[in-house]
Design a binder for this molecule. Structure first.
Ligand code: UD1
Length: 419
């Protein structure tokens, strides 16, 4: 398994171009299952999770072609299986996103249950309950969700918990259902809006995406379209934090500043000077040490759980004491122990991490068990004396395009060591 070696150094400085959003590209690739006729998706990031999704669709018999710019053309006319096997779903929970589209268009689906993962139990009960409310017969047996239905029927769906992929799965299913479906307490994440925009350009009738009440008037069929995926707000935030915690300066291109409002707010609080334009963000720490910030994660538009670990790295070397409370996932502090091994002064009390910043960390061999935690350890390595070796970086490759090249272009000393 590849490793990354980071030799801590000085401030980062330079420019980075942001890729398309992983968490928008994944549901949009699943949405191609709803289209009669070919569909082209552009600004798709070059990531493992995208390859996994392509493999998943390919195994169903879907025809895919991809060019060197990651334009993916998908044609579902050749589909023959409606099946998502455990061996793929276990590597990427977002595979569950094929359930709604398969059921809505083909009337059947067999999708492995994702099971637990490093950041908590992460059930999919709300996906299943919603589809049942729309008239599907769903049975869980042998670790698989077996679902079948005639044409789905519209329903009023009230989600107990705000779930991003749950909202997306049900929105896709409702797009072809008979009548008007309401999703209440829907996730408001920008990726939900991007998916709704894509579905609408395929001929769907969806209103209210981006609010907590989404109305979907089902249509008989959807057609292929060309769609460009939105920029990745978590990649944007991660590079901003990388520059901030090293006391550096950065220009982020091909992004959308409103997507990262909550993150920019915290970075300003920590001492960053930030300017924004339509598709760029500049951050300058003027060589200074960041100040600690308090963070409380919650669904969008609040502070994203996917940026929590990166801010832990920032607080680890910031001036003062910062408290980070994680409210979305039950067990998302796996990076804390590793940072402690690098000399960070962090104490855990339930779902809150209290961190007293130290001026520098010490390099150490570390390992992470989820995507954002791995990224946070790379950031910690940038401000550690000596070498930090981050093991199991396949997690990073699931969600960050060329992370070592992008960081190296900013002046970081980082190399990939193949195993
Ligand atoms: C998505 C993102 C992930 C992000 C997360 C929260 C994708 C591919 N992944 O994950 O990067 O960290 O949103 O912003 O978009 N829950 C239930 N029952 C369900 C579904 C969810 O109880 O049926 C709970 C979960 O256990 C969790 C909370 O709801 O505590 C939020 O999870 P959810 O929004 O569903 O996360 P994902 O969509 O899996």
């Amino acid at each position: 398994m590849d490793k990354l070696i980071i030799s801590g150094g000085g401030p980062l400085s330079g420019e980075v171009r942001i890729a398309g959003a992983k968490n928008a590209a994944l549901p949009i690739l699943a949405a191609t299952l709803l289209a009669d006729g070919p569909m082209t998706i552009s600004n798709v990031p070059h990531l493992h999770d995208i390859t996994t999704t392509m493999e998943l669709l390919g195994r169903m018999g879907v025809h895919l072609s991809v060019d060197e710019k990651m334009h993916i053309e998908v044609n579902t006319d050749t589909i023959r299986d409606f099946y998502a096997p455990y061996e793929l779903v276990k590597t990427m929970r977002a595979s569950i996103l094929v359930l709604g589209p398969l059921l809505a268009r083909f009337g059947r689906a067999e999708v492995s249950l994702p099971g637990g993962c490093a950041i908590g139990s992460r059930p999919v009960n709300l996906h299943i309950d919603g589809l049942r409310a729309m008239g599907a017969e769903v049975e869980v047996r042998g670790g698989y969700i077996h679902a079948s239905s005639k044409r789905l029927k519209a329903a009023r769906l009230v989600l107990d918990v705000v779930t991003v992929t749950g909202t997306e799965n049900l929105m896709m299913a409702a797009a072809l259902a008979d009548g008007e479906t309401l999703i209440e307490n829907a996730a408001r994440e920008p990726e939900v809006v991007d998916l709704a925009d894509c579905l609408n350009s395929m001929g769907a009738r969806i209103r209210g995406a981006g609010t907590d009440l989404i109305r979907i008037e089902g249509v008989e069929s959807l057609s292929g379209t060309n769609y460009e995926v939105m920029p990745d707000r978590i990649e944007t935030g991660t590079y901003l934090v990388a520059a901030a915690l090293t006391g550096g300066r950065i220009l982020i291109r091909d992004t959308r500043p409103p997507l990262v409002d909550a993150v920019l707010h915290k970075l300003r609080e920590s001492g960053a000077q930030i300017e924004t334009g339509e598709d760029w963000i500049s951050l300058d720490m003027k060589g200074g040490r960041p100040r600690s910030v308090d963070i409380h994660t919650a669904p969008y538009p609040a502070f994203p759980t996917d940026m929590q670990a990166q801010f832990m790295a920032l607080n680890a070397v910031a001036e003062g004491v910062g408290m980070i409370t994680e409210t979305v996932f039950e067990n998302r502090f796996m990076h804390v122990q590793e940072m402690q091994r690098m000399g960070a002064d962090i104490r855990l009390e339930g779902n809150t991490a209290i961190c007293r910043g130290v001026p520098r960390l010490n390099g150490a061999p570390v390992m992470a068990t989820d995507l954002r935690a791995s990224a946070s350890l790379v950031l910690a390595g940038l401000v550690a004396d000596g070498d930090t070796v981050v093991d199991r970086i396949y997690h990073i490759d699931r969600g960050y395009e060329n992370i070592e090249e992008k960081l190296a272009s900013l002046g970081a000393r980082i190399q990939r060591m193949p195993s």
